[in-house]
Ligand binder design. Sequence first.
Ligand SMILES: *[C@@H]1O[C@H](CO)[C@@H](O)[C@H](O)[C@H]1NC(C)=O
Ligand SMILES: *[C@@H]1O[C@H](CO)[C@@H](O)[C@H](O)[C@H]1NC(C)=O
Length: 336
Amino acid sequence: MLLLRLLLFLLGGGDDNVLATEVMGSLFLPPGATINVEFIPNAGVRLLNVATKDSGTYSVHVNINLHGSIVTEVQTVETPSNQTVPSTSSSDGTFFLSLPSPVATGEYTCFLDNSSPASLCVESDSSLRKGASVVVDKMDARFAILASQMAAQEQEKTDLQNQLTDMKLREELMEQENAALQLQLDNLAAKIDAATQSVSFLASISSQTAQASEFNSGERIAFTITHLNNGNAYDRDTGVFTAPVNGTYVFLANLQLHSSSPSRRNVYTILKLGGSDVLTCYIAYDDYYDMGSCDVVLYMTAGQQVWLEIFSGGGGITLDSPSSSAFSGALIHTDI
Ligand SMILES: *[C@@H]1O[C@H](CO)[C@@H](O)[C@H](O)[C@H]1NC(C)=O
Ligand SMILES: *[C@@H]1O[C@H](CO)[C@@H](O)[C@H](O)[C@H]1NC(C)=O
């Protein structure tokens, strides 16, 4: 659908004044116009009441509004069956006609419609009036359609290949993400394993050893009877506890000293962490039986060791009774 509006401006005189405006056959004169303008179809413009002072150059300007945009011409197409059809679209002054498929073979002529107001502004021998022709061949058109279909298919193929590349890229990304997630999962599983580790022990002296031996300085106390050894971190042969994981541990030791011949000597025991002293437990031996204890909460890294040893004293004194001299410990929590 072509919407055509013709605006015709007549400019003239020495001052370039608008003398008249013609819109779709109606003539509009500016207020106070001294010259009368008459529009004669297919002939042009006639000026009336012209005086000597009005001599000068007069020109006609044409504006055609097509679909809201200004164009200079409107063309129509005549098909091989001598049908006159309006162009189906236009762009930048080029007019297009969409043809059905299969197309009718023959000559197509593009020309300015004589009934169009725009034709009034065109010279009678203008090529726009005669029209420009193009011969359309059915086979050529089919080939052109096939070629364009093939081009479209090529494009589609390229698009599909691009999509495939995109998808492969996404798949790679997802695999990477998956691997990263798996790593996180493994780390979490390892942390859970570490966190849920159960490490605890309780060991006491054996009655025979206690009664038989006297303790000397620097001697490690081996609590050889294990009542509990979750995680096997305590070695009853050496009396050494080895931390299996980084974490916070608690150790408790209760010692009962005994001597059948009191010599009133004091005994120091030391809780050692990896060879360095952690806690000195002083037991004042004043009587037949005396008790001392040694309790500590320690942060240990995996592999560090803890044990209890005699620092000084002990001559003629024994540790007594499996039920009252014991060493115990437990992992409170790991690092996470
Ligand atoms: C169309 O018109 C031309 C001349 O104007 C004539 O030669 C031709 O036979 C016509 N075609 C048809 C299909 O009427
Ligand atoms: C344990 O602690 C040590 C020292 O801080 C550190 O080097 C090591 O990586 C830790 N181990 C774990 C499993 O966190």
